[in-house]
Design a protein around this ligand. Structure first.
Ligand code: ZN
Length: 85
């Protein structure tokens, strides 16, 4: 499994999960069910890089990560930006 979209992050099988500093919940879309059921894009190469960054010496404070956003959430944000102009 190299990369794939999981439409509902709790459905992801954690049996082979090897990134102790991350979880699908943390990386899933946070639209709260408004536009998706919790999209999670699983990409092992990306997770390997994130894990290395988060555990690198001097990087202990690299704690926050912006989650993946589904198309509906991105569109909603774009419309909100347009409304502010
Ligand atoms: Zn979403």
């Amino acid at each position: 499994m190299a990369s794939m979209l999981i439409a509902h992050f709790p459905n992801f099988d954690l049996a082979a999960w090897r990134w102790p500093h991350f979880s699908p919940r943390e990386l899933a879309c946070r639209c709260g069910g408004h536009f998706c059921a919790g999209d999670y894009w699983h990409d092992e190469g990306f997770l390997d890089a994130l894990e290395a960054l988060r555990t690198a010496p001097g990087r202990e404070f690299l704690a926050s990560l912006r989650a993946v956003e589904c198309i509906g959430r991105r569109r909603d944000k774009l419309h909100a930006q347009d409304d502010c102009r």
